[in-house]
Design a protein around this ligand. Structure first.
Ligand code: 13P
Length: 708
């Protein structure tokens, strides 16, 4: 394909040609002339990247100016836009997305009226008009634009129609990673409606975080989270939702080749496999061997889903896909659809339990042309390894090059891709590994493990309001929270308003399941201590918890470990549950003193009152450098300190340490809560700024509620 169209439409870095506003306008004008010459209707959808707004407006202007009516559906997976193009009877559809690339890139691709990608010929016709002036019709011939919102529900219905009507996922715990991309609403919704308990990660797009450390091209977090939350399976879409990779209950990645095998075997077993299965020159050789053993024909296309599609059409076949997880089930839909592919897999647990894992032991990713080595950017994380050391100029270099190394197995494939060389070594299938994600015995085991964990530590979300609000604002916030926090969520929720509003909060929340705590307490039990408030008084007005040793009190009011320990004891003596805060400053972290500092802060309490005091307490790790700064500890950083703290207390009493809730605090938000709470030793959050927004706080509570 020459010119601006690549293997999947036009793509590039935003702000540089061709991803500029004026190009989008010209592209819309040219596309309108080719695809809807007499006027018509176009559907425009997009993923979640920031530049989507800009390209949406430019395309809308170009189409309307050409006399084409525009329907805008906002973020929806690419295959959803293809489906809705047909369903709404549009002349063609447009997707604004750069698929699995980071947010700095964007792209524009087209579907025809049947929801299929454009042929090379049609793309060339559009290309030929790109340099002609943008058409502006006279007023009476201009198109109109409308925004439609029912599309998500209609696409959802369509996804459901591709699986058996009686399929349900009750009893399954599934981690879903939507890459902070186009599937962030619809995919969790579909799985929830099927009865699954879901743990969402990568479902909080902010315009800048699409595919950033999450999604099908970075499944590492998913691989950690699935076993971490004792889920049976995980699935990761890419930013525009046309790819999927899955993770089994042990955190092992199941790539596109393995998913293709599962789907082929299910269809083969049911006598529904039509024609050969189509992979690419990059597909694992183990896959080819396994199909051969079962008498299933297998063809290899060049890399790229349009090549897989072309080969499927030539062979009159319906099932094909790429190692990356771009799978085509033409018996269900017209284009690669990550969510629908995952649903087909979930609908066939028997094939999952029996599927072999074709694990390439060496895989290299993209390598800058002409350079040795480079960064592995495409592999499924667990299998990334070092470069093989080939150069772009090596003999045999070129598209579709394939060379054998031995009869049984090792082969090397290469293909050129946008100035890069992609290599992969495929080995014969390893026979020992099984994907047992859905086996009934594991489901039982997992349920038992979850029940044990739930009995041990109930998650808690605490909102530290600090010195914010007023009587009116607090009441409004509490009224919203009261309705927002669902009574069936298996978590404890506590708010910590300033002293003067405590009694009022207790009254407002009388019927609610939200508890109230104070932000500080006097170390003395009573007497001539002007300005102080004692634990008994807090208990008297209905408080249940009290924060002690918050870093802001340690810093601004010079509270030392000894005073904090006395406050801790005063809280217990007054019948309150102390929430002991510990945490290190940035300088201390950089000096690698984190464990020394938090260890000292905990030891001070143990020294004064014994480790047994923690039986009635909550511990909160609040790194000072993350409080109110927008910098959050990564889930792994938080987990490391939480595990250290639990170990410190376990050294005195292992059983009690197992029951102790350790909260994380420091810029917890709706967007990062699920990832933090997915860590095995993070039992909830102590939330500052985000607890002042009912919506954010509710989402954080929801993330804690799905933890178990
Ligand atoms: P932020 O969530 O605003 O960072 O505050 C954390 C905190 O200090 C909670 O006690």
């Amino acid at each position: 394909m020459s010119g601006h169209f690549g293997t999947d439409g036009v793509r590039g870095r935003v702000g540089t040609a061709p991803m500029t506003v004026d190009f989008a306008l010209r592209l819309a004008s040219a596309a309108a002339r080719v695809l809807a010459p007499g006027g018509g209707r176009v559907l425009i959808g997009k993923d979640t990247r920031l530049s989507g707004y800009m390209f949406e407006s430019a395309l809308e202007a170009g189409f309307v100016a050409s006399g084409v009516d525009v329907m805008l559906i906002g973020p929806l997976p690419t295959p959803g836009i293809a489906y809705m193009t047909q369903r709404l009877g549009c002349s063609f559809g447009v997707v604004i997305s750069a698929s699995h690339n980071l947010y700095e890139d964007n792209g524009i691709k087209f579907f025809d009226a049947t929801g299929s990608k454009l042929s090379d010929r049609v793309e060339q016709e559009i290309e030929a008009l790109l340099n002609s002036p943008v058409v502006t019709q006279e007023s009476q011939h201009l198109g109109r634009a409308v925004r439609i919102d029912r599309s998500r529900a209609q696409y959802q219905e369509f996804c459901m129609s591709t699986i058996p009507a009686d399929m349900n996922l009750k009893g399954f715990k599934i981690v879903i990673d939507c890459a902070n991309g186009a599937g962030y609403k619809v995919a969790p919704r579909v799985l929830t409606d099927l009865g699954a308990e879901i743990v969402p990660i990568g479902c909080s797009p902010n315009g800048r975080n699409i595919n950033d450390g999450c999604g099908s091209t970075s499944p590492e977090l998913l691989q950690l989270t699935v076993p971490g939350v004792r889920a049976q399976v995980g699935l990761a879409l890419d930013g525009d939702g046309d790819r999927v990779v899955m993770v089994d209950e042990l955190g092992r990645c199941v790539d596109g080749d393995q998913l293709l095998y599962i789907l082929a075997m299910a269809r083969h077993g049911a006598g529904e496999l039509k024609g050969p299965v189509v992979g690419t020159v990059m597909s694992n050789l183990g896959l080819e061997h396994a199909f051969a053993e079962r008498g299933i024909a297998f063809l290899r296309a060049q890399v790229g889903d349009r090549n897989v599609l072309a080969t499927l059409n030539e062979a009159n076949a319906t099932l094909g896909g790429e190692t990356s997880g771009h799978i085509l089930c033409l018996d269900k839909t017209t284009t690669g659809d990550g969510l629908i592919s995952a649903l087909q897999v979930l609908a066939n647990p028997a094939e999952c339990a029996g599927a072999k894992a074709f694990r390439p032991t060496i895989r290299t990713g993209h390598h800058a042309s002409g350079r040795r080595g480079g960064r592995a950017s495409q592999g499924t994380g667990a299998h990334r390894t070092a470069s093989l050391g080939y150069r772009a100029g090596d003999p045999g270099d070129g598209r579709g090059f394939r060379r054998g190394f031995g009869k049984k197995g090792r082969q090397r494939y290469r293909s050129g891709c946008r100035g890069h060389i992609r290599r992969q070594c495929s080995l014969i299938p390893s026979r020992g590994l099984q994907l047992r994600g859905f086996a009934a015995n594991l489901r039982r085991l997992s349920r038992r493990a979850n029940a044990r964990r739930l009995a041990m530590r109930r998650p808690m979300v605490a909102g530290n309001w600090k010195m914010h609000g007023s009587q009116a604002l607090n009441r409004a916030l509490l009224a919203e929270l009261e309705g927002d926090i669902r009574p069936d969520w298996p978590i404890d929720v506590v708010v910590f308003p300033p002293y003067v509003y405590l009694a009022d909060a207790v009254r407002v929340l009388e019927e609610a399941r939200i508890m109230v705590g104070a932000q500080d307490v006097c170390a003395e039990s009573g007497g001539a201590f002007t300005g102080q408030v004692g634990a008994a008084m807090l208990k008297d007005v209905g408080c249940s918890y009290v924060i002690v040793g918050h870093s802001e009190r340690r810093r601004w009011y010079h509270e030392d470990d000894a005073l904090v320990s006395r406050k801790f004891a005063a809280a217990l003596a007054g019948g309150l549950t102390p929430v002991l805060c510990v945490g290190e400053t940035l300088e201390e972290r950089e000096a690698k003193q984190t464990e020394a500092v938090v260890g000292r802060q905990v030891d001070a309490v143990i020294a004064m009152h014994g480790a047994g005091a923690f039986a009635q307490a909550v511990l909160a790790y609040e790194p000072v450098w993350a409080i109110g700064t927008g910098r959050t500890a990564s889930p792994e950083q938080a987990q490391a300190v939480h595990a250290f703290l639990r170990g410190r207390i376990a050294a005195h009493d292992a059983k009690m340490a197992g029951h102790l809730r350790i909260l994380y605090g420091g810029s917890v938000k709706a967007g990062n809560a699920a990832e933090l709470f997915a860590m095995p030793d993070v039992d909830g959050g102590l939330v500052g700024g985000a607890s002042l927004s009912a919506d954010e706080f509710r989402q954080i509570c929801a993330a804690a509620a799905v933890r178990h």
